[in-house]
Structure formats: C-alpha cells, structure tokens
Design a protein around this ligand. Structure first.
Ligand SMILES: Cc1cc2nc3c(=O)[nH]c(=O)nc-3n(C[C@H](O)[C@H](O)[C@H](O)COP(=O)(O)OP(=O)(O)OC[C@H]3O[C@@H](n4cnc5c(N)ncnc54)[C@H](O)[C@@H]3O)c2cc1C
Ligand code: SF4
Length: 617
C-alpha cells in the first residue's frame, strides 16, 4: 500500500484524474444543483455531458495503479462511480475498493486490498500492481496484464479465467467437460486454485436462471459450502430487477443489492457462472442428474481491453434489448453499465462486412474471435433449482388499449427504462411520439391480468409497480398529474403505507374502473381514455399525454419448458416443489411475486436442494 503523495503522476493518470473530477462534478451537479432548478436553464444536458465525458476519460485512462475515493459520504455521493470503475476489466493488480470505513480489508473487483485504517473523509489510496497476495483462499490473478491466466478454453470465455473467485468452478468437482463440436479440439475448462470445500462428498447444485431468485439460491447454497453451477441465458446476471429504475418499497436503485450479490459471487470459488447459456437436456435421478448446457458464442474473448473509442468506429447497430428496443446499441455492445460479467457482446448477425474489416484492422489481435462457435458441456449435479422468472404479457394482444398503434401508450416495463438514467431518454419522462415532457399520465391497472381472455390471475406486483412509477413521475416532473385506473389496489402488508402516501398527493387521482378503450387524437398525439367510474357510476372520457399499461407477469416456462418432465399449472408456472424430488422452483417461475418474496423463496429452494444432496436421494 502506498500513499498517493509518494507517487509521481504519469499522463494516463492525469487523464484518469480529470475523468474522476468531471464525473464526480457531474454527479454532484445532479444531486445538488439540479434540484435547485435555477431559472429555466436546462442544466441537465451539461450535467450529463460531464458524467459521460468523465466516464470516458476514466475508461480510457490506462493506469497501473489503483485510485480510490472512499468513505461513507463519498460512497453515497459517488457510489455509481465506484461501481463504474469496478465494472471495467481491470489490468493486473488493479482493483477498486468499496466498503465500510471500519473494515481493514476492502474488496471491489473480487480482489482484496489492505486499506489504511486512518483513512477518513474523501481519502485516496493506491495499491501497487501485484499486491494480490491478499486474495482470500490463496487465489491468484493473472500476471501478464492481459487477463490471460490459468487454464484456457481457447480464450472463449475469458471472464472464467480472469477472476479465480468468479467462475473457476471447483477442482473437487471437475463437472464441466466441454464436448467437441464438429471437429473442435476438446479443451480443458479453467479451474480455480484449490479452496476449502466443506461438503466434498456431494455433487453441485444446478441453478437455472440468474435473476434475483437464481443468484440468491446460488449464493445461499455456495455460502453453506456447496458447489453451484449457475446458468443464465442472457449475457449478464440480474434478470428483470436490473431493468427497473428503482425498486419498492425502499426505492433504492437495483444496482445496490446487485453489486453486493455480484461481489459475493465473485468471491465465492464454489460458484461457476455460465452466461449466454441454456440447459438443453437433463437426465437422471435426485442426487444424480446429468445436465447438458449449451453455451452461445459471445465473440469477445475478454483477453484485451476494448475502449469506447474503438467501439465507436463501428457503424452497424442493433435494437437495445436492455432498453426494450427504445434505442440502439452498436453491434458490439456492453449490455448495460453494471453488466456482470463486464465483458461486451458482439451481435454477429448485425455486424456488417465493413465493420468486420474495421475489427480486423483496428482492434487488438485476439480481442474478437469471429469464428467462435456454440459449445456444449455436461455437468453432473445432485439437485436443480429452476429460477427462470417471467416476461411481460404481450400488450399488443390488448386491442382496445392501443399499444403498438399509438406511440404514447407504453407498458410498465418501458416506463422503468424511461425513468432510468441509462435509459433511452437519459431518465427524462418524455413521451415517445414527440419527446414532449409527460405532464398528464394515466396508469391503467390489470392490463391483461384478471381477465379471462388474457391472464386470469392477478400478477401481484403491478399495483405496487404503478404506484412506484407514479412517484417517479411526480418527483421528476413536479407539475405533472397522474391518474390511476384500477379495479382493486393490491398492496399487502407494509406496502399499504406506500399506497397511503400516494393518496396524500393532491396531484394523483385514483379512479375505480376498468378502462374500456383508448383512442388517439390525431394531431396532438394525446390519448383519450374511456372508462366507467364504478364509484360515481359516471362514464369518463379523459385526455392524457401518455398512458402506462400495467401489463402482467407471464412465466418464461409458459413458452420454454425445462427439459425434464415437470408439473406446470395451466398458465405455465412451475408447481412449487415440482413434485420431483431434487428439482425445486423459486421466484417468478412459481408465481408472480416481488423481490422480497423471491429471495425468501430462493433461500427455501437452496435449503431443499441441500437436503436432497445430504440425503443423496
Ligand atoms: C413493472 C414492474 C416493476 C417491478 N418493480 C419491482 C420493484 O420495484 N420491487 C420488487 O420487489 N419487485 C418488482 N417487480 C417484480 C420483480 O421484477 C420480480 O420479483 C423479479 O424480477 C423476479 O425475479 P426472478 O429471478 O424470479 O425472475 P427474473 O427477474 O425474470 O429472472 C429470471 C432469469 O432467468 C433467466 N432465464 C429465463 N429462462 C432461462 C433458461 N431457460 N435458461 C437460463 N436462464 C433463463 C432470465 O434471463 C432471467 O435472467 C416488478 C415487476 C414489474 C412487472
Ligand atoms: S397487482 Fe394490481 S394491477 Fe396487477 S393484476 Fe393484481 S390487482 Fe391488477
């Protein structure tokens, strides 16, 4: 550990510092200046530019030292900055510390550094490259600065290699063996160094789905000493919760809890994560299953750092799935700012030939492998947890509500992305047709749910989701008005308080009645909502700038079944215990529910899985 004062700055560090200053200035601006609303000036774009430029400078700075500003205050103010740096694929010996003032050892990128206990306030410290012997369990990091390390699968999933605590798997369970595809040479998957394993006599738990339920189940089992293989079909962990702007009831950003879970996963050598992966086949009995996992190619090896200026050279674009196609990304993209693993993805289908040439001309050799192919591996597992979650109901099926016909009719999941700073409007609640600030917004509850023609069940979370979104609107546009059209407001237990707080807001109206029809005024793009108010028995026709449909929750297993004969209900949800010993469901794979319920559920499923491993049944 070296104090910063002893260090002579080099030019890349100056760039890093400029970046840190600009980034933080931008963030401070957002927190302190914007709320003051100085006259009619539009300060937002300047603030966003500061944050963006700062972020870029930080990203582009090729530094070999760790710099950190950390304290309780700075963590609150600059929490996202710390995460942004942590999310970068850092060169050897570099990491970002984040944590409590009182702890002597801090961890950010899975590596642990000693922190001077006397650091207070806005303190900075640096850790010299190579100070990695503090890794828990004797873990090691690659020493060549390129993240190439122990073992290799041909560089195809390098994030498996660069962090021993992340994906290394467990040498005591060499369960993952790649199967050769079309003449591919079989290659050994990387294994982490040997760590203490408490339960060496059991097979791992397979967790399907890396949302909050899957991550929780994996962590609960792994932290009790059991090996876990976590399989996620997207290129990143986090599931749907990560796509929300804030989550109820505390209204914190979802990255809060996610960041902590990722850190726990990275530090736990018992968890092997496979992203862009699906389980294609399961055979066997409780305590003794064999699962075949298909890994889709990412095309980015992760061996070389790809900065934004390189990616900016590409011209091919694709719809941004993370923002529900409301904006676009380059064909080579980072799914979102806090994506884990922090390795970009290449959409091979949309990559033009011109961009292929740019890649071969400008990108560092070995950064992209356009010949990467699908891979299959087989794992032996003792128990399986299905946490495959949900998708929103297809709102185009709700003919009378105009989604897909009228641009200003959006869904609740779109609203989450509009409100998010990383969303298509930079967090401004503007209506899609003309970018005008949404001042008068209708929230249509039970859009598709509790309807025999669509989803006969209650989706459980959309009342709270809409109340939360009303709050986004009222906080962002203080002059705005919201009207919630509901059949019942279902906010159970402590959530009722949240509802009551909304009732106190005189600019929020609640109208009891199921919306019959939505039409559009051709020139203004305003929407006319027709509804019968069942309290006053009056028919209402009211105009709004934008309408948000509270569309319901459909299990992913309604379309794609788990490749094992499980029992599903009429809507595709998996029966709780699945009735198959050794296979358990958790979270929204079982029924619509909120995060609090998912985590309890996942913990229960992990316990059941462990019981199964112990019984060996
Ligand atoms: C508009 C809206 C707002 C919400 N806001 C909140 C809120 O503020 N607070 C709150 O508590 N709850 C909220 N919820 C509910 C919350 O989103 C869910 O509780 C949560 O997403 C459930 O987590 P999960 O892990 O069970 O499922 P998911 O989040 O859906 O995660 C499942 C994961 O499994 C993966 N997967 C699916 N199929 C496969 C497969 N075959 N193989 C491998 N991987 C697979 C998916 O890619 C995904 O990553 C909201 C819901 C809605 C509709
Ligand atoms: S949670 Fe509310 S909006 Fe959603 S289906 Fe149930 S009653 Fe309707």
């Amino acid at each position: 550990m070296t104090r910063l004062s002893c260090h002579r700055f080099r030019s890349h560090e100056v760039r890093l510092w400029l970046g840190v200053i600009a980034y933080n200035l931008g963030n401070l601006w957002r927190r302190l200046v914007l709320p003051l609303r100085v006259g009619h000036w539009s300060l937002t774009s300047l603030q966003q530019r500061l944050v963006k430029t700062g972020g870029r400078l930080i990203k582009h700075a090729r530094y070999s030292w760790l710099l950190l500003a950390e304290s309780h205050l700075t963590r609150r103010l600059f929490g996202s900055m710390v995460w942004r740096i942590a999310a970068l694929p850092l060169p050897t010996g570099m990491g970002v510390a984040a944590g409590k003032q009182s702890t002597r050892r801090e961890e950010g990128d899975g590596k642990v550094y000693d922190k001077s206990p006397e650091i207070t306030g806005l303190s900075l410290f640096v850790a010299e490259a190579g100070t990695t012997d503090h890794l828990p369990g004797g873990g090691r990091v690659p020493q060549d600065g390129n993240h190439e390390g122990h073992g290799s699968d041909g560089g195809r999933r390098v994030y498996n290699e660069c962090c021993p605590g992340v994906h290394g798997g467990n040498p005591d369970y060499p369960q993952a063996q790649p199967l050769p595809l079309d003449g591919d040479q079989p290659t050994a998957l990387p294994y982490a160094p040997r760590h203490e394993v408490m339960n060496g006599d059991t097979k791992p738990v397979l967790v399907i789905g890396g949302g909050i339920s899957g991550m929780t189940a994996a962590l609960e089992a792994a932290e009790l000493g059991y090996a876990v293989v976590l399989v996620e079909k997207e290129p990143f962990l986090g599931g749907r919760v990560l796509r929300t702007h804030r989550y109820f009831p505390k209204m914190c950003p979802p990255t809060c809890g996610f960041e902590i879970n990722v850190r726990r996963i990275r530090q736990n050598p018992r968890i092997t994560v496979h992203t862009m992966a699906t389980v294609e086949r399961i055979v066997g009995n409780p305590g003794n299953f064999m699962a075949r996992i298909m890994l889709r190619p990412r095309y980015v090896t992760g061996k070389k750092f790809l900065d934004d200026s390189l990616i900016d050279q590409l011209t091919s674009e694709r719809p941004n799935d993370f923002n529900l196609a409301m904006d676009k990304t380059k064909a080579l993209y980072q799914p979102h700012d806090t994506a884990y693993p922090p390795v970009p993805v290449l959409d091979r289908e949309t990559l033009s030939q011109g961009d292929e040439a740019v890649i071969s001309r400008l990108f560092p050799a070995g950064a992209i492998d356009l010949n990467m192919r699908e891979e299959e591996i087989e794992v032996e597992v003792g128990a399986i947890i299905v946490a495959t979650g949900w998708r929103p109901y297809d709102a185009t099926k709700l003919d009378n509500l105009g989604f897909g016909k009228f641009r200003n009719v959006i869904t609740n999941v779109m609203m989450e992305r509009l409100a998010a700073r990383e969303g298509p409007t930079g967090g401004e609640l503007n209506r899609p047709s003309d970018g005008k600030k949404a001042e008068k917004v209708a929230f249509v509850q039970c859009a598709g749910s509790r309807d025999e023609n669509h989803l006969p069940y209650c989706s459980a979370v959309c009342c709270m989701a809409s109340l939360k979104q009303v709050r986004y609107l009222r906080e962002k546009n203080p002059d705005s008005r919201a009207t919630v059209f509901y059949i019942d407001v279902r906010t159970v237990g402590r959530l009722e308080k949240f509802y009551y707080s909304m009732l106190e807001d005189e600019k929020v109206a609640f109208v009891r009645g199921k919306v019959a029809k939505i039409t559009e005024e051709p020139v203004s793009g305003n929407l006319i909502v027709e509804v019968e108010d069942t309290v006053s028995a009056c028919k209402l026709h009211a105009a709004f700038d934008m309408v948000v449909l509270a569309t319901g929750v459909v299990p992913n297993t309604a379309d794609v079944k788990i490749p094992f004969p499980l029992k599903y209900d009429a809507h595709g949800f998996i029966d709780g215990t699945t009735e198959i010993p050794g296979i358990y469901a958790a979270g929204c794979a079982k029924r619509p529910c909120d995060v609090a319920r998912c985590t309890k559920d996942a913990t229960g499923a992990a316990l059941k899985a462990i019981q199964c491993l112990k019984r060996g049944e």
